[in-house]
Each structure stands twice: as structure tokens, then as C-alpha cells.
Write a protein of this length. Structure first.
Length: 259
């Protein structure tokens, strides 16, 4: 008797609903639109209503459905409200925690308020989203997918980015801890860790020719990343094709952390 022919799992997300934070711009916006193109409907969470409305219009132009929800990921109440809104809009099974911020500069000159802002947004915000979505998925009892947007700076250091590196190293640890804790419930928890991606957050940095040259020197692939480089990894981790992938930090860095 011949062995059964393996069937590749689908990467379609039809009928599923996702919550994406930081969805008004940059990587968060791109992730939301990628999930829409894969068939999911999406609740978009961010602090700025006009940006959310623009992404809703973009999702609808793709033939998809998206719903705006003004929320600050550093607020536990806001995050709980965003998860509740997502549950009202569909069967919430996917979450992408993409809200993030950076305040670069010499560590000895770093204002404590800037340290707190970076840690609160990048780490506390990711924790609050994971906790709220995880509670929903555990109660639902049918598994799900949680994806955090980390960074290559979660694996290496870089001058002038103490707060950012600390926050992203912690996000990677949080990802692995939650993956182990929730794996028995068929909830996967992974992170995607990009290099410098061309977004509104990085644009001012990359306008500096010396900084841009240094970044390119460190990327063996020889180019700045685009949001399209990131969203394929996110869509994969959200799909059935990644059913046995959990606790993994998927670097999308052109080889930066490989040498």
C-alpha cells in the first residue's frame, strides 16, 4: 500500500476574524490589509481615527471588511474594549500586536519618560493584547493564532537603542513563555522580527545618509526592507500552514542577525 499523498495546508483565512493593533500605519496597516487579502475580516485598533478610517476604505477596496476601534494599547481597558469589539464583528481567532514606538538616542541622555513610553507601548502593550486575546481564545476552546511584531533588535544590541532593544528582547521572551503555556489549548504564539523596514516610524532615521549607509552595511541582502517583506511571514503564521509553529521568532532581516 502506498503512502497517502500529503496535502499542503491552506494559507487562506476565509471566515476568520483578526484583531490588529497599530493598524493605522506602517507594518500594522500592511498586516491588516494582508489578512484581508487572505480572506479574513479585521478589527483595526490604533489611537488615530482618521488613519483607521483610511485603512477601512483600503480594505473595502480589496473586497474585504474592516472595522475601526480607537484604542491605546498601553491601556488595559482600551485593549479589553478592542477585543470585545473584535468579538462582536466576527469569530476572533487571530491577533497581530503591531503597535510600537522608538525613542533613540544616547542612553545617558535618555529621558525616563521616553524609556517608560517605549517599554509601555512595545512590551506592556504586547502583553495586554496577548493576555486579553489569550483569555478569549482559552474560553472559546478552539485554538487560535497570536503574532507579535518584534524586531531584529530583540536578538542583538545597537547603540542608542537601549529602551527599544530591551523592549523587543522582552517581547521575544514573552512570546516563548506564552507559547509554552497555551500550546495545550492549540493557541500558537509567535513573533516576527523585521530589520529596518521603510515606514513612517523609520523614515526620519533613514533620511540620514550616514545612518542609512551603516544599516545597509549590516544587512547582507543589501537593501532596506519593505512592508511586503514582513506581511508574508505574518500571514503564514496566522494560517493553518503554521499549525505546529509556536514559540518561534521569525526574523525578516536580510541576514543581519546571521553574522
Amino acid at each position: 500500500m502506498s503512502a497517502a499523498i500529503p496535502v499542503a495546508p491552506s494559507q487562506r483565512l476565509d471566515g476568520r476574524h483578526a484583531l490588529v493593533t497599530g493598524a493605522g500605519r506602517g507594518i500594522g496597516r500592511a498586516c491588516a490589509l494582508a489578512l484581508v487579502q487572505a480572506g479574513a475580516s479585521v478589527t483595526l485598533a490604533a489611537r488615530t481615527a482618521p488613519e483607521l478610517d483610511a485603512v477601512v476604505a483600503e480594505a473595502e477596496s480589496l473586497g474585504g471588511r474592516a472595522y475601526p476601534c480607537e484604542a491605546d494599547v498601553t491601556s488595559a481597558d482600551d485593549v479589553e474594549r478592542a477585543v470585545a469589539a473584535a468579538c462582536e464583528h466576527g469569530d476572533l481567532t487571530i491577533a497581530v500586536s503591531a503597535a510600537g514606538i522608538n525613542r533613540p538616542g544616547p542612553t545617558v541622555d535618555l529621558e525616563l519618560e521616553d524609556w517608560d513610553l517605549v517599554i509601555d507601548t512595545n512590551l506592556r502593550g504586547t502583553f495586554l493584547v496577548c493576555r486579553a486575546v489569550g483569555a478569549h481564545l482559552l474560553e472559546r476552546g478552539q485554538g487560535g493564532r497570536i503574532i507579535a511584531i518584534s524586531s531584529q533588535m530583540g536578538e542583538v544590541g545597537y547603540p542608542g537603542r537601549a529602551a527599544y532593544c530591551a523592549s523587543k528582547h522582552a517581547v521575544n521572551g514573552l512570546t516563548k513563555a506564552l507559547a509554552v503555556e497555551w500550546a495545550p489549548a492549540n493557541i500558537t504564539v509567535n513573533a516576527v522580527a523585521p530589520t529596518f523596514i521603510r515606514t513612517p516610524l523609520t523614515a526620519p532615521m533613514l533620511e540620514d545618509p550616514d545612518f542609512r549607509a551603516e544599516v545597509l552595511r549590516r544587512i547582507p541582502a543589501g537593501r532596506i526592507g519593505e512592508v511586503e517583506d514582513v506581511i508574508g511571514a505574518v500571514a503564514f503564521l496566522a494560517s493553518d500552514a503554521a499549525a505546529l509553529v509556536t514559540g518561534h521568532v521569525l526574523t525578516v532581516d536580510g541576514g543581519w542577525t546571521a553574522w
